[in-house]
Design a protein around this ligand. Structure first.
Ligand code: AMP
Length: 286
């Protein structure tokens, strides 16, 4: 596995692949890899000649400095996991190699970034879209891999890819969960054992929403209320939002649910902020 620390090194690797006519899959991550990330990498390895993984805890997408400081990091462990899978390149730049002094450019996707996560994490998506645009420009991958775990992010990146004519095939793979349903996340390591039952309530709330939508005739507002009720059972769970939205526009829905919807939520368990979602279809949806 080649390790690159600077854009210049990564660009040379990309140029070599072009010369050899080999395809490239890109998996952007912030490290502290878990099975969710590794599934993206494994899939990328089956669909491309070469796979590049980026590992960069992008400071500009953290609206909260404490969250950035507490974000878990272990590059050596991540390197070993990626090497064992047969990853071809790891791009793990330092912050100053990515944002060189005098960096002035930022990429912003309108509308889609103003709701849900965007409403609670000001500046977050500008950080995400800027770093992803930089990675797309640098690696020009044939395919890029993202998790449905961050459904809004995936939707925003599809828009970015289309609007800026990157022409990359965006692959969004299903959320990988723990046996108890909790979505895998690098942040889960910060949960105390006693907080795990509360963290499980997130999936519990989504499952309740899915069950009520699957019965047919469910009303969006009552589904949101049902999710709040499940989350309310957890002492120390603080809800940022619960949402039943259009999967494409991400706008909240009202009235009876008669088409596929994105059900999502964000909540703090202690001081750990968790997000999760499911895409759910009512019976007989078009
Ligand atoms: P992160 O390191 O959290 O920025 O995540 C890197 C990529 O892995 C993103 O595309 C995430 O959506 C994806 N990812 C994170 N957790 C999961 C999971 N539990 N299942 C599937 N994909 C995930």
């Amino acid at each position: 596995m080649i390790l690159c620390r600077t854009p210049e090194e990564a660009r040379r690797f990309r140029a070599d692949l072009y010369r050899q006519g080999r395809s490239l899959g890109l998996v952007p991550t912030m490290g502290w890899l878990h099975e969710g990330h590794l599934t993206l990498v494994r899939t990328a390895l089956t669909e491309n000649d070469c796979v590049a993984v980026s590992l960069f805890v992008n400071p500009t997408q953290f609206n909260n400095p404490e969250d950035l400081a507490a974000y878990p990091r272990d590059e050596k462990r991540d390197r070993e996991l990626l090497e064992a899978l047969g990853t071809h390149l790891l791009y793990a730049p330092g912050a100053t190699a990515v944002y060189r002094p005098g960096h002035l450019t930022s990429v912003r996707v309108a509308d889609l970034t103003e709701v849900l996560e965007g409403g609670y994490r000001p500046g977050h998506f500008a950080g995400v879209t800027t770093i992803v645009a930089k990675l797309f420009a640098l690696f020009a991958p044939d395919r890029a891999y993202f998790g449905a775990k961050d459904a809004q992010q995936a939707r925003v990146i599809e828009q970015l890819n289309s609007d800026l004519d990157f022409g990359i095939e965006i692959r969004v793979l299903p959320t990988v969960r723990e046996d108890d349903g909790l979505a895998m996340s690098s942040r889960n390591v910060r949960l105390a054992e006693a907080q795990r039952p509360m963290a499980r309530l997130l999936y519990g709330a989504l499952s309740a929403a899915r069950a009520s939508i699957a019965r047919g005739g469910a009303d969006a507002e009552s589904v949101r209320a049902a999710m709040r009720m499940v989350l309310g059972k957890g002492e120390g769970v603080r809800v940022d939002y619960v949402s039943v939205a259009d999967p494409r526009t991400l706008k909240e829905l009202d009235g009876v649910i008669n088409r596929p919807v994105l059900v999502s939520l964000a909540a703090y368990v202690g001081d750990v902020r968790l997000i999760d979602n499911l895409t759910v279809e009512p019976p007989g949806a078009p």
